[in-house]
Design a protein around this ligand. Structure first.
Ligand SMILES: Nc1ncnc2c1ncn2[C@@H]1O[C@H](COP(=O)(O)OP(=O)(O)O)[C@@H](O)[C@H]1O
Ligand SMILES: Nc1ccn([C@@H]2O[C@H](COP(=O)(O)O)[C@@H](O)[C@H]2O)c(=O)n1
Length: 203
């Protein structure tokens, strides 16, 4: 099994890069684990309290469960991947049965902050986009897809996203084997990732 980690700031284009990689690989050979699925359960908090959680701090992530699941997949066992709701800011009851595949892609802003998780990842990719580009993309996405308003997005960006990015996410670029500049679509980088995966899998 080959484990690929795709990190980078919010709006950098991680999900887009993952989709581009998926398009290059046989469907039955690759599975995706999203860090977002592993936000901690917060059943004991009210909705209003959950709105104030710092979702860009490593403490928000249930790394214990995520690492446990990656180890299960590595040893050939299926897992029940949690499902997270950006509307309720909490996990839902459903889970998705995820089977081990030859390639496992883990994607998320904070995945390189945890040493145990880093050590499980074979190829570490960091997707980079300028902060103004990321803010614009984030505003569009949160308003169109996550039911947020412009003031909420800007307030969260200033008070949480930017400082957390600088403190926790940007420094993990140093762990990357490959940095993908993604201010514009980068097909060359996707070709390189595909070549590396094929080389590792079929050498
Ligand atoms: N290279 C790019 N150029 C322009 N828009 C992009 C690019 N990469 C991603 N996007 C757009 O930016 C938004 C955020 O991308 P996404 O892949 O969801 O980022 P992330 O998963 O890192 O938060 C999406 O609307 C996506 O279509
Ligand atoms: N309830 C939540 C949980 C997380 N977020 C934000 O999601 C971002 C991470 O996802 P990306 O696809 O952008 O990598 C992160 O910056 C959190 O602030 C949220 O808005 N609501």
């Amino acid at each position: 099994m080959l484990i690929l980690g795709i990190a980078g700031g919010t709006g950098s284009g991680k999900t887009t890069v993952v989709t581009q990689i998926l398009n290059e690989l046989p469907e039955d050979e690759v599975t995706v684990i999203s860090q977002d699925s592993y936000y901690k359960r917060n059943d004991d908090l009210t909705y209003q309290e959950r709105c104030h959680i710092n979702f860009d701090h490593p403490n928000a992530i249930d790394f214990e469960l995520l690492i446990d699941h990656i180890r299960h997949l590595k040893s050939g066992q299926s897992i029940e991947q949690p499902v997270y709701s950006f509307v309720t800011h909490n996990r839902v009851q459903d889970t998705v049965i995820t089977h081990p595949k030859r390639v496992v892609i883990i994607e998320g802003i904070l995945i390189f902050t945890d040493k145990q998780l880093r050590d499980l990842i074979d190829i570490k990719v960091f997707v980079h986009a300028d902060s103004d580009e990321r803010l614009i993309r984030r505003m569009k996405r949160d308003i169109q897809e996550r039911g947020r308003d412009i003031n909420e997005v800007l307030e969260r960006y200033q008070t949480t996203l930017k400082p957390m990015h600088q403190e926790f996410i940007e420094p993990t670029k140093n762990y990357a084997d490959l940095i993908i500049p993604n201010d514009t679509y980068n097909t060359v980088a996707i070709d390189i990732v595909r070549t590396v995966i094929n080389e590792r899998l079929y050498k």
